[in-house]
Every structure is written in C-alpha cells, then in structure tokens.
Design a protein around this ligand. Structure first.
Ligand code: SAM
Length: 247
C-alpha cells in the first residue's frame, strides 16, 4: 500500500501542479468516486460554510479540496502516509495531521466530516470505527464510503485490504455506537462528467509517461486494477453511509 498511497501520491501532486489548478481535485480523489457521490455526502451532511470538516484517511486530499470548493468548509485532514500528507498540503493548502487510526482529536468535538474508501485498508477495524465515534459530537454527522464484500472471502483482493461484509459493517457500527441515518450505493453515482474524467485521465497518462517503468507505479496500478475488477464482478460494492452517534 505504501507504493499506492505514499510514492504515487507524491508523484500525483507533482503532475497535478504541472497541469494546473483545474486538475487538482480530479487528481486528488483516490477511491472516493466522482463529484455526484461527493455532492450526495455534502447534501446529507450539510456542513455550515466556514465550519471545520474532518477528512480521515484523506489520501491526496481531492475530496477535502472538493468540500472546500463546493461547501465552503475548512477541511482538516488525517492521513498516515507521508507522501500523501505532503501532496494534500501542496495541492490544497490544507492542514494535514500525519496519523493512523488513533485520532489526535478531542472527544465529541467533530460536527461533520467523512472517511472515504479507508475502512477496508485498516487492519484493526473495530478500533478505527470506535475512534470515529469518539470524536463525533452528539449532533455530529460522518460520511462513510465503505467497500463491502458480497461474501466473507474475496478472491484476488488487493494486498492489505480486508473488505467487511454488509453484516460485518453493520456490526462494526453498532458495536461502536453509530447509527445509519442515510445510505446509498456508489454504483448509482457512476457517471463522471466528461471534463472531470478528461482531467483525471490526463493526470494518469502523465504519471504513466513519467513513471511507467517504475515498479512502484506498476504495483499501484495493479492494486487499483484489482479493486476495479472486484467491483465489476460484483464481489465488492461501494456502500455510502451517513452515520451519527446513537442517542
Ligand atoms: C483508497 S485511499 C482513499 C483516500 C481518500 N479518502 C480518497 O477518497 O481519495 C485510502 C487511504 O486510507 C489511508 N489509511 C490507511 N490506513 C489508515 C488508518 N489506519 N487511518 C487513516 N487512514 C488510513 C491510506 O493511507 C490511504 O490514503
């Protein structure tokens, strides 16, 4: 995973900066779907303009940049990989805390935020979800994009990924004291506007031109290709949830 979320994240920032500001958000959305899915989250979270918005496992920071642009929030990011932390700071000028599952955030202090495409990459999922619950204010709301598996064993999963089943995810949330307020399927937001896709493709093409011979690029491509095939086969699907603390 270091290849994908550290080295390639840093290369992605270099390319996006060279291609220009219009390319930053499409380049920086890694695993979180396109603008329609992100808008669904923002509509349901309804963060106040100017408010702090926590993005856990923010990667290169595209979704946080999108939230700042579209909803006027002030994102604060957490992310364990150094290359991704630097990439998000360079592309979006946002504060990023380098950390894993233990969040250096006061309990019950977060009004809104999201955590997109992260859970399946985390080893200790109960602890990770309990941390999300701990930091949420009583009236706080969190968007979750979770890739869930149709059955327990997933053939040919990308290295380091553990996909919960829908039942397993429901148990994780329940055990942590979170309830689902709204839900949707990522597949229903599949279409990406032409210009967004063109820009994402331009970033990928330039990354391949610069680094296509590097084993780390090929590893990262292999990882994301595997996820794509699992989704196409219906073995894994993107589940979109807005959760809140159980009263
Ligand atoms: C598929 S990427 C998604 C990145 C970003 N959320 C997005 O949608 O573009 C998964 C991210 O989770 C991060 N991650 C892995 N383990 C984590 C943990 N324990 N806590 C927080 N983030 C983690 C990875 O470094 C990676 O950046």
């Amino acid at each position: 995973m270091a290849a994908e979320f550290d080295t390639v994240a840093a290369w992605t920032a270099d390319v996006a900066l060279d291609l220009g500001p219009d390319h930053h958000v499409p380049a920086g959305c890694r695993g979180s779907g396109g603008p329609a899915a992100l808008h669904w989250f923002l509509d349901h979270l309804a963060p106040a303009p100017g408010s702090t918005f926590l993005d856990v496992g923010a990667g290169v920071g595209g979704p946080a940049g999108f939230a700042a642009q579209e909803a006027g929030v002030r994102p604060v990011l957490t992310e364990p990989q150094a290359g991704a932390c630097r990439a998000a700071r360079r592309l979006f000028g946002v504060p990023v805390v380098r950390t894993g599952s233990a969040l250096p955030v006061a309990g019950a202090s977060v009004g809104a935020g999201w955590c997109l495409g992260v859970l399946c990459t985390v080893a200790d999922q109960p602890f990770f979800v309990s941390e999300l619950r701990r930091v949420l204010a009583d009236d706080g709301r969190l968007g979750l994009l979770v890739y869930v598996a149709r059955q327990e064993h997933v053939e040919d999963a990308p290295e380091g990924n553990q996909f919960p089943t829908a039942d397993g995810l429901a148990r994780l949330l329940d055990d942590a004291g979170l309830v689902v307020q709204d839900s949707a399927h990522l597949a229903d937001f599949a279409g990406t506007p032409g210009l967004w896709q063109e820009r994402a493709d331009a970033v990928d093409a330039e990354l391949e031109r610069r680094h296509g011979d590097d084993a780390r690029w090929r590893t990262a491509e292999d990882q994301s290709g595997r996820i794509g095939r699992l989704i196409a086969r219906g073995d894994v699907e993107g589940s979109m949830l807005v959760v809140r603390p159980r009263p």
